[in-house]
Ligand binder design. Structure first.
Ligand code: PGA
Length: 249
């Protein structure tokens, strides 16, 4: 049985003080949520505040990106070891905003994923098609390539640590959520790709999250799909009450 994972991606929002205030409200609302893993990924400068505020709770903290090198002359970058030392459990990799604005490719996704695993972090690897790709019927082709080049070169032992997030780019921050059926189709397809490379057990165990305009009022329909194992939530994770109600779907 796959345990749901409800993850919040704060993107470039909140200060350390706002982070502490969020947890003060959020933790009492999810204290009894034993049905799911909970993860919050704040900006790097808020990690210390988040780790401190979440300590003693079941809420894990993660980064939103990492560099593939262990250390070095890479101005502005953060390594997996640094995230681990700061108290992170996980890290988001290959978010479509990184692909779109910061030149992320399937090749760099793979390098970052290996680096995350080497640092002992759980990678949450994002894939998803753009609107024109969906409109032209290429959704599965795009997902297949992102999986093949960004994920499927991991060893089976490495892959066993990975969480996949399916995030159709046209649904991110747009208020336009994929229908449960559209999401379920993509999740089924991704699971079949996993099966092809890593076998039945890996396909049955890998968690595939849906992301893109997840809100308290659409989470239930999504989570009712057997192949959807949780959510990666942007905007609605910034508000304690709204993210708690998603977690407690
Ligand atoms: P959204 O973002 O929930 O604001 O659409 C999701 C994401 O980008 O992970």
């Amino acid at each position: 049985m796959r345990r749901p994972l409800m993850a919040g991606n704060w993107k470039m929002f909140k200060t350390p003080a706002e982070t502490a205030a969020f947890f003060e409200k959020f933790l009492p609302l999810v204290g009894a949520s034993a049905h799911a893993d909970i993860l919050i990924c704040p900006p790097f400068v808020n990690l210390a505040a988040a780790v401190q505020a979440a300590s003693g709770s079941a809420v894990g903290i993660g980064g939103q990106n990492l560099h593939w090198a262990k250390d070095g002359a890479y101005t502005g970058e953060i390594s997996g070891g640094m995230l681990k030392a700061a108290g992170c459990r996980s890290v988001i990799i290959g978010h479509s905003e990184r692909r779109q604005y910061f030149g992320e490719t399937d090749e760099t996704v793979l390098r970052r994923t290996v680096a995350a695993l080497d640092a002992g972090l759980q990678p949450v690897v994002c894939v998803g098609e753009r609107l024109e790709e969906r409109k032209s019927g290429r959704t599965n082709d795009v997902l297949a390539v992102q999986f093949r080049d960004g994920i499927a070169k991991l060893t089976p032992a490495q892959f066993a640590q990975v969480v996949i997030a399916y995030e159709p780019v046209w649904a991110i921050g747009t208020g336009e959520v994929a229908t449960p059926a559209q999401a379920a189709d993509a999740h089924r397809f991704l699971r079949s790709q996993v099966r092809g490379v890593y076998g039945d057990d890996a396909a049955a165990s890998v968690r595939i999250l849906y992301g893109g305009s997840v809100k308290p009022d659409n989470i239930r329909g999504l989570m009712a799909q057997p192949d959807i194992d949780g959510a990666l939530v942007g905007g609605a994770s910034l508000d304690a009450a709204s993210f708690a109600s998603i977690v407690n779907f």
